[in-house]
Design a protein around this ligand. Structure first.
Ligand code: GDP
Length: 596
């Protein structure tokens, strides 16, 4: 009989493995195989769980209890009388290799996929196209602009979601009609649903022999996306990114669907928007692709994005043409930044360089404070203990000479994963390292591993300047050994507890907020300082403190043996009311580094 598992919206990979009585590595392995880079603590939803158990041939039934996730939504329309109609922003999402990039290329009629490293989309990109609609019914103008966002997968969207900003007005979910729905397809669907964004399904690769639109529609209906011609409201557009069939119809449909929403934004005044990509460009320095959400961005403007600012030196459209200004929904390439702005950071135009400098330095110190807060805990010990409870990940960017060796390097790296530490491949590809790889490594604090892959001389300076860890190997075992020792450093150190002895309190001499001094007899072992003391009253632990000083008569001592009377000074963080008769148990705790 099938196991019944209740899921409250989502479940962590670790919990699911436990409920299925499966080694977690096996479950993670299967998810990886299906293109989902997940870790033990990451959450997956019912659909993904169902999909993966089917792939594993396990009989399990999932019952979903709806999850109420608050949705943060971007302003789609503007009530301001000066608001103008703006182009829609479309995200193209889907499972890897289902033809996302090819489809965007066909739409732009440009050949980006060929130049992509190893065929893996490296970063989020944006393009604006002008589409000629002719005189089709329902479409307002003849020439219409549409902004497309190409997304690298869930990492980038997770980052954007963190900023509470959903960039898109509509999601085109690309599904290869010969392959059907896969985990990343489900993820795209989930993303669109959560953001409350409409979806259109592009059934791609219809030129292929194995293409089966009906099977795809069946799968969609099973995922609460009933196709229009089956009586539902999900639009399914058959397309071929190879032959171009159905592309015009798809774009027309995108416009029809977004026209209904009457998308508007202020078309004048200071520009506001979001940084959607940033990189170093030869001769230009830190450069960013930003999406203007409202207002107009002009050359010479001062913009602030988090902790960095720019005097806009050059402004280019995503087709490479130099432009003087950019209005709402326009993606533009901006140079003139003093440092790389972070992906997903909102930006705004300010009045002067002075204001820009002031706001960005405030932004930088806010970021610093955030970094400090999240990284800080009171003692090394506490940190170690809390570290032991959660999976530690080592971010890695891998490049290899050919696809085959890339796959085997990645697979081998994953074999190093344990329940406590795991590698997380944040980027990978075939060929030499590029600026994007370095940028990715910097923003995600990743190590760059090259297997028969080079770091071009021009990039060495950047790597050195940014103190990036670049490791180039020709022998896979050496690469793995290195990764293993890096992972070992993430292992929570072992805490070694040594019992020392016990003291019975006879008198309390002094009690302040920070210190307690007591006198008593050592009843067991030999007590020492410094050490950790557990205070027991009637066999129940009441508090913990640090023993810092021992006194035997008038003399200070480092240790006191059993059967001796002495004084003990305890350091406390809160006021401790010790009493006669309390028992103090002395231990030492040491941290010992571990290795895999
Ligand atoms: P992405 O990972 O989703 O961006 O997928 P790509 O655009 O890189 O496409 C993956 C592979 O599928 C490439 O080899 C493409 O040439 C191929 N492909 C994409 N669209 C089509 C299509 O409509 N028909 C056929 N026959 N192949 C396609």
């Amino acid at each position: 009989m099938a196991t019944k598992i209740e899921i409250n919206g989502t479940i962590t990979v670790g919990d699911l493995a436990e409920r299925l009585d499966l080694p977690v590595t096996k479950l993670i392995g299967e998810l990886f195989k299906n293109g989902m880079m997940v870790t033990v603590n990451e959450r997956i939803d019912v659909d993904t769980a169902q999909f993966i158990v089917e792939e594993l041939d396990i009989e399990a039934e999932f019952e979903s209890q709806a999850e109420n996730t608050p949705v943060v939504q971007r302003h789609k329309t503007s009530d301001d009388p000066d608001a103008i109609t703006r182009p829609p922003v479309i995200a193209v999402m889907g499972h890897v290799d289902h033809g996302k990039t090819s489809l965007l290329d066909k739409i732009r009629e440009a050949k980006v996929a060929d130049g992509e490293s190893g065929g893996i989309t490296q970063h989020i990109s944006a393009y604006q196209i002008t589409h000629m609609t002719g005189d089709k019914k329902g479409v307002k103008d003849d020439f219409r602009k549409i902004t497309f966002l190409d997304t690298p997968g869930h990492e980038a969207f997770a980052a954007l979601r963190e900023h509470g900003a959903y960039l898109t007005d509509l999601v085109v979910v690309v599904v290869a009609a010969d392959d059907g729905i896969k985990p990343q397809t489900l993820e795209a669907i989930r993303f669109a649903r959560k953001a409350g964004v409409k979806m259109i399904v592009a059934a791609n690769k219809i030129d292929k022999e194995g293409a089966d639109i009906n099977r795809l529609k069946q799968q969609l209906s099973e995922n609460e996306l009933m196709p229009e011609d089956w009586g539902g409201d999900t639009v399914v557009m058959p397309v071929s990114a190879k032959t171009g069939e159905g592309i015009t119809e798809l774009i027309d449909m995108v416009l029809l669907s977004t026209d209904v929403e009457d998308l508007k934004a202020l078309g004048s005044g200071a520009a506001h928007g979001l940084v959607i990509e940033s990189h170093m460009e030869q001769g230009k320095g830190p450069t960013a692709v930003v999406l203007v959400e409202r207002g107009v961005l002009r050359k010479g403007d001062f913009i602030v994005a988090g902790g960095v600012y720019a005097k806009v030196r050059t402004l280019h459209g995503t087709d490479g043409d130099s432009i003087d200004d950019a209005g709402p929904s326009t993606p533009v390439v901006v140079s003139g930044f003093k440092a790389l702005p972070e992906f997903g950071t909102p930006f705004e135009v300010v009045a002067s360089e002075k204001v820009a400098r002031k706001l960005s330095s405030e932004g930088a110190s806010r970021q610093d404070a955030r970094g400090k807060l999240s990284g800080a805990s009171s003692t090394e010990l506490l940190k170690a203990i809390s570290r032991g409870n959660e999976l530690q990940e080592l971010n890695i960017v891998v490049k290899a000479d050919v696809q085959g060796s890339l796959t085997s390097v990645i697979d081998s790296l994953k074999t190093l994963n344990t329940e406590e530490v795991a590698v997380k491949i944040v980027g990978s590809g075939v060929g030499a390292f590029t600026e994007n790889d370095l940028h990715l490594a910097q923003t995600s604090s990743a190590i760059l591993y090259g297997f028969h892959a080079e770091l071009p001389a021009a990039l060495r300076k950047i790597a050195a300047r940014d103190s990036l860890k670049v490791r180039l190997y020709d022998v896979i075992y050496e690469l793995l050994d290195d990764a293993k020792s890096e992972l070992s450093e993430l292992l929570a150190p072992e805490v070694i507890v040594t019992e020392l002895g016990r003291l019975k309190v006879k008198k309390v001499f002094k009690t302040t907020q920070k210190e307690v001094i007591v006198g008593g007899d050592v009843t067991k072992g030999t007590i020492k300082v410094p050490s950790v003391v557990t205070i027991m009253r009637d066999k129940v632990q009441v508090a913990e403190a640090e023993a810092v000083r021992l006194q035997r008569g008038p003399q200070e001592a480092k240790e006191i043996p059993e059967g001796t009377e002495c004084g003990v000074s305890l350091k406390t963080t809160a006021k401790l009311n010790l009493q006669e008769g309390d028992s103090l148990e002395f231990v030492t705790r040491e941290l010992k580094e571990r290795s895999l």
